[in-house]
Every structure is written in structure tokens, then in C-alpha cells.
Design a protein around this ligand. Structure first.
Ligand code: ADP
Ligand code: MG
Length: 221
């Protein structure tokens, strides 16, 4: 299996982010403005306009709430947290979304100890990766959450049975707003990498030999 380390370059990401935010917010705004002008002029097809405008507003809502999450200070609340508890919380949270697609979430926790972290941020990381795994899988199957540890670090893996990630886009993962989905924000992996960086951790991607992708979180113990 081929492994790749994802690193973020702080300054350029900030710059890309600012440009990206402006772009991603301006497009829906322009479209909403256009439809409002049509409505003001007494245009037909009102029902359709309203639903397009609502979609655009929801897009902006999703982007802004994800962005607010990054700007939260993190180091203020670093505690000794139970890996098992955090992973279980995430399994519970994501279960209904998985069920809708006939996907089973499985736990395989070898390490049940503690890690020094910000609980809600690490849960957010796990949620982002499980959500991506669910979204990647078109057929029923299993997503497995694994915890392992060596003397120095804890290893949390999210293993899916999706189609895998095409070689030519792997280097783009984590670029702000890079998405292959119609309703994606392209912020999940970027935020994940930022949170892990603040924990002196890293994110690795591995293409599974048989099928799917493994995202592996490494954090120091
Ligand atoms: P979003 O989910 O909004 O598209 P992300 O940053 O979470 O943004 O993911 C970026 C892209 O990475 C996705 O659009 C998808 O193409 C790819 N990706 C992420 N996780 C997986 C996965 N488990 N399997 C296949 N592709 C994935
Ligand atoms: Mg995502």
C-alpha cells in the first residue's frame, strides 16, 4: 500500500482560504441577488427561485459554520481524554447517517487508554473522516474504526470500503474548498489537518489493497 503524509503550509493555506471564502460566498450571493431581481421584476417560476435561493443560503451557512469552527482557540482546553469514549460518541453520532445507506459502523479498539487533546476538536476530526467514509460508499458495507498505540503514539484509523481516491487528486486533499461532491464544502480535510497539527499529530492516507481507503490519525502519547 502506498502511504502519503499530508502537510499543510500555514501561510499559503491562509491566503488560499481568504481567496476561497470570498469566491465561495460571492457565487451564492450573486445567484441570490439575481433571483431576487427576477422576483422584484415580477418574474414567473417563483417556487423554483425560492428553492434555489434556499440551497445557496444553506451552502453559505455550511461554509461559515465550518470556518467558525477553525477559528476557535484550542489549546485552552487540552485534557486527558478517553479514546474509547470519544470514538464511541462519534459512532453514536454517525450511526443514523450510516444506517440510511446500509453501512455498518464497527469498532475495533485495541487501545482504550487516554490521549492529551481537546475533546471536541478530536471528535470533530473523527466525525469529518467518518462522514467522508460514509459519503464515499455507494454500496452497503462496513466502516471500521480502529485504535492502536505504541509507546510513543496513538493511531486511530477509519477504514472504508468506498472506491478509493484517484491518484491524481490525492495531493489536492486538504486544499481549502477542494471537493468532488455536488454539495461538499471542501473544508473537512483541511480542518482535520489543522486540528491535528495543533495536537502535534498527522494524517496519513492509505489506499486499501482490496477496496477503499484508510485515513490514519497519529497523535503523540
Ligand atoms: P468534502 O467532503 O466537503 O468534499 P473534504 O475536505 O472532507 O471535503 O474532502 C475532500 C475530497 O476528498 C472529497 O470531495 C472526496 O473527493 C475526497 N475524499 C475524502 N475522503 C474520502 C474517502 N474516504 N473516500 C474517497 N474519497 C474521499
Ligand atoms: Mg468532508
Amino acid at each position: 500500500a502506498e502511504e502519503m503524509m499530508l502537510r499543510s503550509e500555514k501561510m499559503s493555506v491562509a491566503g488560499q482560504l481568504a481567496a476561497g471564502v470570498a469566491h465561495e460566498i460571492r457565487n451564492p450571493l450573486t445567484s441570490i441577488k439575481g433571483f431576487l431581481q427576477l422576483l422584484q421584476a415580477g418574474g414567473k417560476g417563483k417556487e423554483e427561485y425560492y428553492s434555489i435561493m434556499l440551497d445557496e443560503i444553506e451552502k453559505m451557512e455550511a461554509i461559515t459554520s465550518e470556518l467558525l469552527f477553525i477559528s476557535k482557540p484550542i489549546t485552552e482546553t487540552m485534557n486527558k481524554e478517553s479514546i474509547e469514549e470519544m470514538m464511541d460518541d462519534v459512532l453514536t453520532l454517525m450511526n443514523s447517517q450510516a444506517n440510511l445507506k446500509n453501512i455498518k459502523l464497527e469498532a475495533n479498539f485495541t487501545y482504550k487508554g487516554f490521549v492529551h487533546c481537546n475533546r471536541s476538536q478530536i471528535k470533530q476530526v473523527l466525525i469529518n473522516l467518518v462522514k467522508n467514509a460514509i459519503e464515499a460508499m455507494d454500496d452497503p458495507g462496513t466502516i471500521t474504526l480502529v485504535s492502536n498505540a505504541s509507546e510513543k503514539q496513538v493511531e486511530l484509523s477509519i477504514i472504508d470500503e468506498g472506491p478509493g481516491i484517484p491518484e491524481e487528486i490525492i495531493h489536492k486533499l486538504g486544499e481549502p474548498f477542494f471537493t468532488t461532491k455536488n454539495s461538499g464544502t471542501g473544508l473537512g480535510i483541511m480542518i482535520t489537518k489543522q486540528i491535528l497539527e495543533r495536537h502535534d499529530g498527522t494524517l496519513e492516507i492509505e489506499q486499501n489493497i482490496d477496496k477503499g481507503t484508510t485515513f490514519r490519525i497519529l497523535m503523540p502519547l
